[in-house]
Design a protein around this ligand. Structure first.
Ligand code: GTR
Length: 427
């Protein structure tokens, strides 16, 4: 029999290891929203080369460091980005030059990814009716179908799978009652008034947002055409790829100045917009609206959503490798400031909301701030300060940040900032 003196050290070792396990469990899967409890963490230096040498020029960034960091994100976070070009076909299903009370041209285009198949994405465009020359556009995804972005009965109703929590959804299908349900998140009139267009698609056309979505989405239907296995990439990877296909369309529409295209996304679609902006430099402005964990927020900072939580809840969003870091973000070779760095030298806007602590506003600010050294290589000023701005006080130049009052959403205030940011570069 073991005497007490002999088992005491064993008990001590056992309780210590339970404590260690509990600590890592807490760090990975429990959310923290107490700033005083954020442990210290170390961010990798985006300018530290693969060989440990410091990157000091824009040339070196573009030729070696950028591809190196991009590849780390492919490997560890979003998966491989397919580079094979497939012969997409654009079919204009409708043009109405008197839409929205004669203020807009409405175009509805079906982008077929394979000739004569059911693999397609439906694009909705609104362009200012009075435009005298090709217009700059904002491009992005909506959550529940194109018909939700404006109360316009002319928009074709999506017949795809939609999340049952989408307004007006019955048996995971959209109904007429969901028309215009996300209009406040798009502010079409404001966009048109600035002389810009809007190009949107429903992200579910690319992959339904659920763990089995890949089975009917493009990761399966295009696996041969793109020569990539479903598990080699992720839902966010697929959505990002779809945004680039919108860009393909924009480039050949003569009413559009595709050299002036901003990719924008909210929340999970902000994560997709960031990966799209990193993967395809044709997007000349990148906008992240409360993209949070796996988007603009730092992962190594224990605040709000965590790598563990997001992978558990949304296993399809990221590549399998990412799950390895659920318990150990310190081992992640990247953090999200490096993703933001991949936008350099293009204008980047990162926005947070005070009522959206889940997205970790401060972590989003810090990621934007820590992209500054890469923008500096291009002689561009980024955020330029370590002090997080107060509510409704946008800060920064080529990298700009704001935090507004209110909940997780896209509001008129957010759009006003994005539009004046775009004015600065486009007008
Ligand atoms: C949440 C998720 C976030 C964010 C959000 C959204 O459930 O935890 O990462 O993406 O959904 O997309 O609205």
């Amino acid at each position: 029999m073991l005497s007490l003196t002999r088992i005491a050290p064993l008990l001590l070792v056992a309780s210590l290891s339970i404590a260690v396990q509990m600590k890592s469990f807490a760090q990975a899967y429990v959310s923290n929203t107490d700033e005083t409890k954020v442990p210290s963490y170390t961010l990798p230096d985006p300018l530290s080369g693969k060989d440990g040498k410091k990157i000091t020029t824009a040339n070196a960034w573009n030729s070696t460091q950028r591809p190196y960091i991009y590849h780390l994100f492919e490997e560890n976070v979003y998966g491989r980005y397919p580079l094979i070009k497939i012969p997409a076909k654009f079919v204009v299903r409708e043009i109405n030059r008197h839409a929205l009370n004669n203020t807009a041209v409405r175009k509805q285009v079906r982008i077929y990814f394979l000739p004569d198949t059911s693999v397609y994405m439906d694009l909705l465009l609104y362009l200012p009716v009075a435009a005298k020359k090709p217009v700059a556009v904002f491009a992005g995804y909506n959550f529940s179908g194109n018909h939700t972005i404006a109360p316009d009965t002319g928009i074709f109703l999506s017949n795809r799978w939609v999340d049952e929590r989408s307004k007006g959804a019955v048996n995971n299908r959209a109904t007429d009652s969901s028309r215009g349900s996300s209009a406040s998140q798009w502010q079409v009139n404001e966009i048109l008034k600035h002389g810009y267009g809007l190009a949107v698609a429903y992200y579910g056309d690319i992959e339904p947002d659920n763990p089995d979505g890949w089975k009917t989405g493009i990761r399966t239907t295009l696996r041969n055409a793109l020569q990539i296995k479903p598990e080699e990439w992720s839902a966010i990877g697929a959505w990002a790829w779809g945004l680039a296909r919108i860009m393909d369309y924009l480039e050949q529409d003569k009413e559009i100045d595709a050299g002036k295209t901003a990719v924008i996304g909210h929340s999970r679609l902000g994560k997709a917009a960031l990966w799209a902006g990193a993967s395809d430099q044709r997007f000349s402005i990148v906008i992240s609206n409360e993209s949070g964990e796996g988007g603009a927020a730092l992962s190594k900072r224990w605040y709000g959503e965590t790598v563990g939580i997001i992978n558990q809840k949304f296993p399809h969003w990221f590549v399998a490798n990412y799950k390895k870091y659920a318990d150990n973000t310190a081992a992640l070779p990247v953090d999200q400031h490096m993703l933001l760095s991949l936008m350099a030298p293009r204008p980047l806007y990162v926005a947070s909301a005070e009522g959206d602590q889940w997205s970790d506003p401060k972590g989003e600010f810090l990621a934007a701030r820590n992209a500054d050294p890469v923008y500096a290589l291009f002689n561009k000023k980024g955020i330029g300060t370590n002090n997080m701005p107060g509510l409704h006080q946008p800060a920064g130049e080529t990298v700009r940040y704001h935090i507004r009052a209110g909940k997780h959403d896209v509001t008129l205030y957010d759009w006003q900032q994005y539009l004046s940011f775009a004015d600065k570069y486009w007008k």
